[in-house]
Design a protein around this ligand. Sequence first.
Ligand code: AMP
Ligand code: FE
Ligand code: FE
Ligand code: ZN
Length: 286
Amino acid sequence: MTHRIDLHTHSTASDGTLAPAELVRAAAAAGLDVVAITDHDTTDGWEPALRALPPGLRLVRGAELSCRWDGDQPPVPLHLLAYLFDPAHSELVAELTRVRAARLARGERMVALLRADGIDVDWPQILALAGGGTVGRPHIAQALIRAGLVATTSEAFGPEWLGERYRLPKDDIDVFRAVRLIRAAGGVAVFAHPRASRRGRIVPDELIAELAEAGLVGLEADHEDHSPAERAHVRGLAAELGLLVTGSSDFHGSHKTVQLGAFTTGVEAYERIVAASSGVTAVASG
Ligand code: AMP
Ligand code: FE
Ligand code: FE
Ligand code: ZN
């Protein structure tokens, strides 16, 4: 039997546009057998997704952690997917809470920069767009679209806007600490889109080797932000380091064009993630 497994999606608990319940319904409608909910720096979508889980769909509870590598100046931002960890692990909870607060402060400062240039966006509107979920640049992008300044989210991420000119760093989690905490919470760490050079700076393979020693379990290879050459490079590196590889949509609803299941993960990699975890279980409804 074939399995359709998508291990990277976002809901309104962060910068996706479908509520967690809508996300799992859409995943079932897209013909997925397994979906992971991986909102940025929060587990708030877990319960509503679980409650709405349609029959035949398995839910992997996860999050995408905003991390930084201090090996370059300024630090390089990177994303770790954390799967099936204990959502009550106090040190991990404290880091996630801190990062979400840092995102709020940073978002408000970015809006102040835009306003200082006469751009008509306001912070309360952006908070409302985020609807209580983790605030990110896609919410500011949405405000720029509504103000008629750009046509699409990708245009808003151009260098003239949120990609560079008005981009501010946020206070992310040290990546080695993040790997340690994910493991301590019984979770499994997978490096999200590790070679996505079109998003900005990327980290060297030597760092990925060090992270593998520290307990990183996998690399996301098939992702829309990787070129075919980048996907092949990630696969080669994973084979060299004994890491599993995943493929996923990184679905964000209408904040991006990619659809659920656009990229998928093999069943062996999925089973390795489940076997290596001890925080919470992957759940099927009924
Ligand atoms: P932030 O976490 O606030 O720095 O914003 C990063 C988020 O913006 C990512 O998680 C993606 O959801 C989104 N993003 C990044 N680059 C792009 C892009 N070029 N086009 C559309 N969305 C993007
Ligand atoms: Fe996002
Ligand atoms: Fe990401
Ligand atoms: Zn993501």
